[in-house]
Design a protein around this ligand. Sequence first.
Ligand code: FES
Length: 125
Amino acid sequence: MAELIDIGSVEDFPVGTAKRVAVGDQVVAVVHAIEGLFAIEDRCSHADVALSEGEIDGCTIECWLHGSAFDLTTGQPLSLPAITPVFVFQAFVTQSDGGDRVLIDPSPVAHAEPAPVHIHSKSDL
Ligand code: FES
């Protein structure tokens, strides 16, 4: 694990919001879903737009441009048109005298290869 980077107070990341944050040389979307705090590469793998401007739905975030949903825990796309995962990062909350702080490991978590997309013609089904 790389040295954790303090990106601010937990209060800077209200539940239900996603915020674009620079973490070292990475640009990360810090997403505070009801299910927890997540950190994901802030770049849709389909085109170069910010996922932090998308809509949070449970443990997913939906790209605002064409609607691919990404799993916040794995970075895997769950719907087309994106077929390539994005990086995820480990996020931690730690207590300090000044209040709870959000820390991010700037090293992305390795992810599995994307699941192959099978395209069938009508005659295959
Ligand atoms: S740019 Fe994100 S799904 Fe197309």
